[in-house]
Every structure is written in structure tokens, then in C-alpha cells.
Design a protein around this ligand. Structure first.
Ligand SMILES: N[C@@H](CCC(=O)N[C@@H](CS)C(=O)NCC(=O)O)C(=O)O
Length: 202
């Protein structure tokens, strides 16, 4: 088993933080996305969509998509649970994981991908869309700040994969000058707490 990843990229970091929370060690193989190695035919045999991370199982199966990789490890190492326990909690974690991925992480990623030199020639870029997504991300930070007035973590009282996605997304916002605002005290309190966990350094 091994994970193809790229140290500086946000999606691989989501998986590293998740594994660190569970105390699981998996060998990593670095893919040089700066040189677009992930977009070459050799890597596309592993993931036709070219993204990292990708988990390679001992039977040769390849599992891409960060949350799918995390779910695999949740099944084989249930403790500590990061997708919730029981129908109610699992549904709430799923809801929040999807919300922070679709409405925060992706707008933050688009703010970078849609305008930055790094992605020129790799994807179709629309700089106006980068700016629209930057503004969307800023609105979602305000929304999340209000949500966090009444609970400790994104999905409730327990730390979960939703916290990992939100933290990694917000940290990646630095490259697009998207940041928690001084008045967003609930978000700042939450961010300080999740960033202080040893897993955040993974
Ligand atoms: N939906 C995928 C996204 C994978 C993805 O876009 N990975 C980025 C790194 S954060 C990547 O491979 N970028 C290099 C490229 O697109 O060339 C996931 O959740 O893992």
C-alpha cells in the first residue's frame, strides 16, 4: 500500500491530517505536480483525472478522491471516528463535510486555479470566475463564523473530517489572500483549536 501525493497541495494534506488523527502510517510517493508529472500518460494510468492524492492498495486497486481515501481508512481503523457514530451524527458529518468542501474549499481552490500561472495550459481558466469564487469564499467564512457561535467543531461537539476539510481549505486561502477576518471570533477560536492539534502539522 502507498499514497501518491504532493507535499504542498491541499487535497493530499487532508489525507495526511486524517491519517495523523488516526495514528496510521502509510508510505508516500511524491509526485512532482510542479513539473506536471501527474498529467503525463504514466500517472493517468493510476488516475485518469490526474489529481493527487491516490491510494494504491496491495491488490493494485487505485482509490482517488481525498474523502474516498479517508473513508477507506475509517472502515479499517474506526477509532477515533472521524465520520461520526450512528445515523444522526454520520448524517450531520456528511452534510458538513459536503458543505465545507463544495461551498468553501472549492471556491478557495478556484480562486487559485482559475487565475494562477501554475494552472495555465493545464485547465481552462476564467480569471473573472477566480474573483467571483474569492468573493464567495469570503461570504462563506462569514457564514461559518456565525455557525460556530453555538458549537465547538464544524459538525458538532466532535472533531471530524469536516474540520479537516475546512481547516485545510482556509489555510490554502493564504495564496489568494482569503483569510479569517478580525471580527470573525468564532471562526478564529475554532481555527486556533484545530490548528493546535498535532495532526495539523502533517
Ligand atoms: N477531488 C480531488 C481533487 C484532487 C486534486 O485536484 N488535487 C490537486 C492537488 S490539491 C492536483 O492534483 N493538482 C495538480 C493538477 O491538477 O495538475 C480530491 O478530493 O482528491
Amino acid at each position: 500500500m502507498k499514497i501518491y501525493e504532493a507535499q504542498a497541495a491541499p487535497n493530499p494534506r487532508r489525507v495526511r491530517v486524517f491519517l495523523a488523527e488516526k495514528g496510521i502510517q502509510v508510505p508516500y510517493e511524491q509526485i512532482d505536480i510542479g513539473k506536471a508529472v501527474n498529467r503525463q500518460p504514466e500517472f493517468r494510468k493510476i488516475n485518469p483525472l490526474a489529481g493527487v492524492p491516490v491510494l494504491e492498495l496491495d491488490d493494485g486497486a487505485h482509490i482517488a478522491e481525498s474523502v474516498a481515501i479517508c473513508r477507506y481508512f475509517e472502515e479499517i481503523h474506526p477509532a477515533p471516528p472521524l465520520f461520526g457514530i450512528g445515523a444522526r451524527e454520520r448524517a450531520l458529518v456528511e452534510m458538513w463535510q459536503r458543505r465545507v468542501e463544495l461551498y468553501l474549499f472549492i471556491p478557495i481552490a478556484d480562486s487559485f486555479r482559475q487565475r494562477h500561472e501554475f494552472f495555465k495550459g493545464r485547465i481552462r481558466q476564467v480569471p473573472e470566475y477566480a474573483e467571483a469564487q474569492r468573493q464567495n469564499a469570503e461570504e462563506r467564512l462569514a457564514w461559518l463564523d456565525a455557525e460556530l457561535a453555538n458549537r465547538r467543531f464544524i459538525a458538532g461537539d466532535q472533531y471530524s473530517i469536516a474540520d479537516i476539510t475546512a481547516m485545510v481549505g482556509i489555510d490554502f486561502g493564504r495564496v489568494s489572500k482569503i483569510a479569517i477576518q478580525p471580527g470573525q471570533k468564532n471562526l478564529a477560536r475554532w481555527h486556533a483549536e484545530v490548528s493546535a492539534r498535532p495532526s495539523a502539522k502533517a
